[in-house]
Write a protein of this length. Structure first.
Length: 320
Protein backbone atom coordinates (compact mmCIF):
# COMPACT_ATOMS: atom_id res chain seq x y z
CA UNK A 1 0.00 0.00 0.00
CA UNK A 2 2.86 2.34 0.88
CA UNK A 3 4.54 1.62 -2.45
CA UNK A 4 1.32 2.40 -4.33
CA UNK A 5 0.95 5.65 -2.38
CA UNK A 6 4.51 6.68 -3.21
CA UNK A 7 4.05 5.82 -6.88
CA UNK A 8 0.82 7.79 -7.00
CA UNK A 9 2.46 10.72 -5.29
CA UNK A 10 5.36 10.55 -7.71
CA UNK A 11 2.96 10.61 -10.64
CA UNK A 12 1.18 13.70 -9.27
CA UNK A 13 4.53 15.39 -8.74
CA UNK A 14 5.49 14.50 -12.32
CA UNK A 15 2.28 16.07 -13.62
CA UNK A 16 2.73 19.24 -11.63
CA UNK A 17 6.41 19.71 -12.56
CA UNK A 18 6.86 18.44 -16.10
CA UNK A 19 3.66 17.62 -17.97
CA UNK A 20 2.52 21.21 -18.15
CA UNK A 21 5.61 22.45 -19.97
CA UNK A 22 8.08 20.35 -21.96
CA UNK A 23 11.79 21.02 -21.32
CA UNK A 24 13.56 23.47 -23.62
CA UNK A 25 14.39 22.02 -27.04
CA UNK A 26 12.00 19.08 -26.63
CA UNK A 27 8.53 18.36 -27.92
CA UNK A 28 6.03 16.36 -25.94
CA UNK A 29 3.05 14.33 -27.12
CA UNK A 30 0.93 11.56 -25.74
CA UNK A 31 0.70 8.22 -27.51
CA UNK A 32 0.03 4.55 -27.20
CA UNK A 33 2.40 1.57 -27.26
CA UNK A 34 1.87 -0.56 -30.36
CA UNK A 35 3.26 -3.99 -31.19
CA UNK A 36 3.55 -5.32 -34.71
CA UNK A 37 1.09 -8.19 -35.22
CA UNK A 38 1.85 -11.21 -37.39
CA UNK A 39 -0.99 -13.47 -38.53
CA UNK A 40 -0.26 -17.19 -38.81
CA UNK A 41 -2.45 -18.27 -41.73
CA UNK A 42 -2.92 -21.46 -43.71
CA UNK A 43 -1.69 -21.38 -47.30
CA UNK A 44 -3.79 -24.44 -48.15
CA UNK A 45 -7.22 -25.52 -46.91
CA UNK A 46 -7.36 -28.38 -44.44
CA UNK A 47 -8.38 -29.74 -41.08
CA UNK A 48 -6.43 -28.63 -38.02
CA UNK A 49 -4.77 -31.77 -36.67
CA UNK A 50 -3.03 -29.98 -33.79
CA UNK A 51 -2.73 -26.47 -32.40
CA UNK A 52 0.30 -26.27 -30.16
CA UNK A 53 -0.04 -22.87 -28.49
CA UNK A 54 -2.45 -21.00 -26.28
CA UNK A 55 -2.96 -17.31 -25.77
CA UNK A 56 -0.16 -15.70 -23.81
CA UNK A 57 2.50 -18.27 -24.74
CA UNK A 58 5.92 -16.96 -25.72
CA UNK A 59 7.13 -18.44 -29.03
CA UNK A 60 10.48 -18.30 -30.76
CA UNK A 61 11.13 -17.84 -34.47
CA UNK A 62 10.59 -21.08 -36.41
CA UNK A 63 8.55 -22.74 -33.69
CA UNK A 64 5.63 -24.91 -34.87
CA UNK A 65 2.31 -23.22 -34.12
CA UNK A 66 -0.08 -25.68 -35.72
CA UNK A 67 -0.22 -28.82 -37.87
CA UNK A 68 -2.87 -29.44 -40.53
CA UNK A 69 -4.00 -32.95 -41.46
CA UNK A 70 -1.78 -34.46 -44.17
CA UNK A 71 -3.34 -37.90 -44.76
CA UNK A 72 -4.66 -37.01 -48.23
CA UNK A 73 -1.39 -35.41 -49.27
CA UNK A 74 0.55 -38.41 -47.96
CA UNK A 75 -1.49 -40.67 -50.25
CA UNK A 76 -0.84 -38.34 -53.20
CA UNK A 77 2.86 -38.38 -52.40
CA UNK A 78 2.93 -42.19 -52.38
CA UNK A 79 1.22 -42.26 -55.79
CA UNK A 80 3.64 -39.69 -57.22
CA UNK A 81 6.65 -41.61 -55.91
CA UNK A 82 5.26 -44.78 -57.51
CA UNK A 83 4.99 -42.86 -60.80
CA UNK A 84 8.66 -41.96 -60.51
CA UNK A 85 9.56 -45.61 -60.07
CA UNK A 86 7.42 -46.64 -63.07
CA UNK A 87 9.04 -43.98 -65.21
CA UNK A 88 12.49 -45.13 -64.12
CA UNK A 89 11.59 -48.71 -65.08
CA UNK A 90 10.31 -47.46 -68.45
CA UNK A 91 13.62 -45.73 -69.05
CA UNK A 92 15.46 -48.99 -68.36
CA UNK A 93 13.23 -50.93 -70.76
CA UNK A 94 13.56 -48.28 -73.47
CA UNK A 95 17.36 -48.21 -73.15
CA UNK A 96 17.45 -52.02 -73.38
CA UNK A 97 15.26 -51.79 -76.47
CA UNK A 98 17.81 -49.42 -78.03
CA UNK A 99 20.58 -51.95 -77.44
CA UNK A 100 18.51 -54.71 -79.05
CA UNK A 101 17.62 -52.55 -82.06
CA UNK A 102 21.22 -51.45 -82.53
CA UNK A 103 22.37 -55.08 -82.53
CA UNK A 104 19.69 -55.95 -85.11
CA UNK A 105 20.74 -52.91 -87.14
CA UNK A 106 24.37 -54.03 -87.15
CA UNK A 107 23.36 -57.53 -88.22
CA UNK A 108 21.11 -56.19 -90.99
CA UNK A 109 23.96 -54.04 -92.24
CA UNK A 110 26.27 -57.06 -92.45
CA UNK A 111 23.60 -59.06 -94.29
CA UNK A 112 22.92 -56.15 -96.66
CA UNK A 113 26.60 -55.89 -97.57
CA UNK A 114 26.85 -59.64 -98.09
CA UNK A 115 23.79 -59.59 -100.36
CA UNK A 116 25.32 -56.70 -102.30
CA UNK A 117 28.59 -58.63 -102.82
CA UNK A 118 26.73 -61.74 -103.92
CA UNK A 119 24.59 -59.72 -106.33
CA UNK A 120 27.68 -58.10 -107.87
CA UNK A 121 29.28 -61.56 -108.43
CA UNK A 122 26.00 -62.86 -109.84
CA UNK A 123 25.86 -65.30 -106.95
CA UNK A 124 22.81 -63.62 -105.45
CA UNK A 125 19.62 -62.08 -106.66
CA UNK A 126 18.58 -58.45 -106.83
CA UNK A 127 15.44 -59.26 -104.88
CA UNK A 128 17.48 -60.56 -101.94
CA UNK A 129 19.59 -57.40 -101.89
CA UNK A 130 16.49 -55.23 -101.85
CA UNK A 131 15.00 -57.28 -99.01
CA UNK A 132 18.17 -56.92 -96.91
CA UNK A 133 18.31 -53.20 -97.63
CA UNK A 134 14.72 -52.79 -96.52
CA UNK A 135 15.41 -54.71 -93.30
CA UNK A 136 18.38 -52.43 -92.63
CA UNK A 137 16.17 -49.32 -93.04
CA UNK A 138 13.50 -50.78 -90.76
CA UNK A 139 16.04 -51.56 -88.02
CA UNK A 140 17.38 -48.01 -88.25
CA UNK A 141 13.87 -46.61 -87.82
CA UNK A 142 13.32 -48.92 -84.86
CA UNK A 143 16.43 -47.46 -83.20
CA UNK A 144 14.99 -43.94 -83.60
CA UNK A 145 11.71 -45.14 -82.12
CA UNK A 146 13.48 -46.69 -79.13
CA UNK A 147 15.43 -43.48 -78.54
CA UNK A 148 12.17 -41.49 -78.64
CA UNK A 149 10.73 -43.91 -76.08
CA UNK A 150 13.71 -43.22 -73.80
CA UNK A 151 13.17 -39.46 -74.12
CA UNK A 152 9.45 -39.89 -73.38
CA UNK A 153 10.17 -42.05 -70.32
CA UNK A 154 12.69 -39.50 -69.02
CA UNK A 155 10.14 -36.72 -69.48
CA UNK A 156 7.56 -38.78 -67.59
CA UNK A 157 10.08 -39.30 -64.78
CA UNK A 158 10.79 -35.56 -64.58
CA UNK A 159 7.05 -34.85 -64.44
CA UNK A 160 6.56 -37.39 -61.67
CA UNK A 161 9.55 -35.99 -59.75
CA UNK A 162 8.11 -32.48 -60.08
CA UNK A 163 4.82 -33.76 -58.65
CA UNK A 164 6.71 -35.32 -55.74
CA UNK A 165 8.51 -32.01 -55.08
CA UNK A 166 5.22 -30.11 -55.29
CA UNK A 167 3.46 -32.42 -52.85
CA UNK A 168 6.41 -32.28 -50.44
CA UNK A 169 6.25 -28.48 -50.58
CA UNK A 170 2.52 -28.68 -49.82
CA UNK A 171 3.27 -30.98 -46.89
CA UNK A 172 5.73 -28.41 -45.59
CA UNK A 173 3.02 -25.75 -45.90
CA UNK A 174 0.77 -27.87 -43.69
CA UNK A 175 3.19 -27.25 -40.81
CA UNK A 176 2.64 -23.66 -39.69
CA UNK A 177 5.62 -21.97 -38.05
CA UNK A 178 6.00 -18.50 -36.62
CA UNK A 179 8.34 -16.23 -38.63
CA UNK A 180 9.05 -14.09 -35.55
CA UNK A 181 9.65 -14.45 -31.85
CA UNK A 182 6.89 -13.04 -29.71
CA UNK A 183 3.78 -13.70 -27.68
CA UNK A 184 0.57 -15.37 -28.83
CA UNK A 185 -2.15 -12.72 -28.73
CA UNK A 186 -5.03 -14.72 -30.19
CA UNK A 187 -5.62 -18.43 -30.73
CA UNK A 188 -8.31 -18.47 -33.40
CA UNK A 189 -8.99 -22.18 -34.03
CA UNK A 190 -9.24 -25.47 -32.18
CA UNK A 191 -8.06 -28.94 -33.20
CA UNK A 192 -10.49 -30.56 -35.61
CA UNK A 193 -11.70 -27.36 -37.21
CA UNK A 194 -11.45 -26.92 -40.98
CA UNK A 195 -9.77 -23.78 -42.27
CA UNK A 196 -9.87 -22.30 -45.77
CA UNK A 197 -6.87 -21.17 -47.75
CA UNK A 198 -5.67 -17.98 -46.11
CA UNK A 199 -7.56 -18.73 -42.90
CA UNK A 200 -5.92 -17.38 -39.75
CA UNK A 201 -5.02 -19.76 -36.95
CA UNK A 202 -3.23 -17.44 -34.52
CA UNK A 203 -1.91 -13.91 -34.13
CA UNK A 204 1.60 -13.31 -32.80
CA UNK A 205 2.81 -10.08 -31.22
CA UNK A 206 6.30 -9.44 -32.59
CA UNK A 207 8.16 -8.34 -29.47
CA UNK A 208 11.14 -7.23 -31.55
CA UNK A 209 9.00 -4.49 -33.13
CA UNK A 210 7.47 -2.40 -30.35
CA UNK A 211 6.91 1.31 -30.84
CA UNK A 212 4.87 4.30 -29.78
CA UNK A 213 3.01 6.42 -32.31
CA UNK A 214 2.59 10.11 -31.54
CA UNK A 215 1.38 13.12 -33.50
CA UNK A 216 3.27 16.41 -33.63
CA UNK A 217 2.21 19.76 -35.09
CA UNK A 218 3.93 21.17 -38.16
CA UNK A 219 6.18 23.43 -36.12
CA UNK A 220 7.65 20.46 -34.23
CA UNK A 221 7.50 17.72 -36.89
CA UNK A 222 9.61 19.78 -39.28
CA UNK A 223 12.45 19.92 -36.74
CA UNK A 224 12.47 16.25 -35.71
CA UNK A 225 15.37 14.28 -37.21
CA UNK A 226 15.17 10.59 -38.05
CA UNK A 227 17.23 8.34 -35.72
CA UNK A 228 17.28 11.03 -33.02
CA UNK A 229 16.82 10.05 -29.38
CA UNK A 230 13.44 10.05 -27.70
CA UNK A 231 12.04 9.15 -24.30
CA UNK A 232 8.82 7.39 -23.32
CA UNK A 233 7.14 7.68 -19.90
CA UNK A 234 4.20 5.32 -19.46
CA UNK A 235 1.16 6.30 -17.44
CA UNK A 236 1.23 2.91 -15.72
CA UNK A 237 4.87 3.30 -14.62
CA UNK A 238 5.76 7.01 -14.39
CA UNK A 239 8.86 6.25 -12.35
CA UNK A 240 10.56 4.70 -15.40
CA UNK A 241 11.90 6.38 -18.55
CA UNK A 242 12.21 4.20 -21.66
CA UNK A 243 14.77 5.23 -24.30
CA UNK A 244 13.56 5.16 -27.92
CA UNK A 245 14.54 6.31 -31.39
CA UNK A 246 12.65 8.28 -34.02
CA UNK A 247 12.19 5.71 -36.81
CA UNK A 248 9.55 7.44 -38.95
CA UNK A 249 8.12 10.88 -39.59
CA UNK A 250 5.03 11.07 -41.77
CA UNK A 251 5.39 12.76 -45.15
CA UNK A 252 1.79 13.95 -45.13
CA UNK A 253 -0.42 15.55 -42.53
CA UNK A 254 -2.83 13.20 -40.83
CA UNK A 255 -5.54 15.67 -39.88
CA UNK A 256 -7.69 18.14 -41.81
CA UNK A 257 -7.62 20.72 -43.26
CA UNK A 258 -5.91 19.14 -46.25
CA UNK A 259 -5.46 22.49 -48.02
CA UNK A 260 -4.14 25.36 -45.92
CA UNK A 261 -3.64 29.00 -46.73
CA UNK A 262 -2.76 30.68 -43.45
CA UNK A 263 -0.13 30.08 -40.77
CA UNK A 264 -2.90 29.56 -38.22
CA UNK A 265 -4.38 26.73 -40.28
CA UNK A 266 -0.96 25.14 -40.78
CA UNK A 267 -0.62 24.84 -37.02
CA UNK A 268 -3.67 22.58 -37.01
CA UNK A 269 -1.88 19.97 -39.13
CA UNK A 270 -0.49 16.97 -37.28
CA UNK A 271 2.18 14.55 -38.50
CA UNK A 272 2.59 10.97 -37.41
CA UNK A 273 5.89 10.15 -35.71
CA UNK A 274 6.97 6.64 -34.80
CA UNK A 275 9.28 5.99 -31.84
CA UNK A 276 10.92 2.56 -31.95
CA UNK A 277 12.33 0.76 -28.91
CA UNK A 278 15.65 -1.07 -29.29
CA UNK A 279 15.06 -4.83 -29.97
CA UNK A 280 17.88 -5.73 -27.56
CA UNK A 281 16.12 -3.79 -24.83
CA UNK A 282 12.87 -5.49 -25.74
CA UNK A 283 14.51 -8.90 -25.41
CA UNK A 284 15.40 -8.07 -21.82
CA UNK A 285 12.02 -6.57 -20.96
CA UNK A 286 9.79 -8.70 -23.18
CA UNK A 287 7.48 -9.56 -20.27
CA UNK A 288 6.74 -5.84 -19.84
CA UNK A 289 6.00 -5.17 -23.55
CA UNK A 290 2.23 -4.79 -23.87
CA UNK A 291 0.20 -3.23 -26.63
CA UNK A 292 -2.15 -0.42 -25.70
CA UNK A 293 -0.22 1.16 -22.83
CA UNK A 294 -0.56 4.94 -22.90
CA UNK A 295 1.98 7.55 -21.93
CA UNK A 296 3.94 10.65 -22.88
CA UNK A 297 6.80 10.82 -25.35
CA UNK A 298 9.55 13.42 -25.55
CA UNK A 299 11.42 14.14 -28.77
CA UNK A 300 14.27 16.49 -29.53
CA UNK A 301 13.30 19.34 -31.83
CA UNK A 302 16.66 20.99 -31.20
CA UNK A 303 19.51 18.57 -31.72
CA UNK A 304 21.70 20.56 -29.35
CA UNK A 305 19.20 20.14 -26.54
CA UNK A 306 20.37 18.26 -23.46
CA UNK A 307 18.14 15.71 -21.79
CA UNK A 308 17.20 16.88 -18.30
CA UNK A 309 17.96 14.62 -15.38
CA UNK A 310 14.36 13.54 -14.87
CA UNK A 311 14.31 12.14 -18.45
CA UNK A 312 17.46 10.08 -18.09
CA UNK A 313 16.72 6.40 -18.95
CA UNK A 314 15.47 4.47 -15.92
CA UNK A 315 14.32 0.89 -16.22
CA UNK A 316 13.26 -1.78 -13.72
CA UNK A 317 15.71 -4.44 -12.61
CA UNK A 318 14.92 -7.83 -14.12
CA UNK A 319 16.64 -11.21 -14.01
CA UNK A 320 16.82 -13.14 -17.30
Amino acid sequence: MATATLAGGGYLYWNSQFVGRPPTGLARANGRIEVQRVDIAAKLPGRVAEIRVKEGDFVTKGMVIAQLDTSELAAQLAAAEASVQRAAASIGRAEAEIAIREAEHNLSEVEMRRASDLEQRAAGTRVELERRTAQHSVSEAQIQGARAAVAEAKAAKQTAEAQVAQIKAMLDDMVLRTPVSGRVEYKLVQSGEVVAAGGRLATILDLTDVFMTIFLPTSDAGRVALASDARIVLDSAPEYVVPATVSFVGAEAQFTPKTVETANEREKLMYRVKLAIDPKLLDTYRDFAKAGLTGNAYVKVNQDAVWPKHLAPRLPNVSK
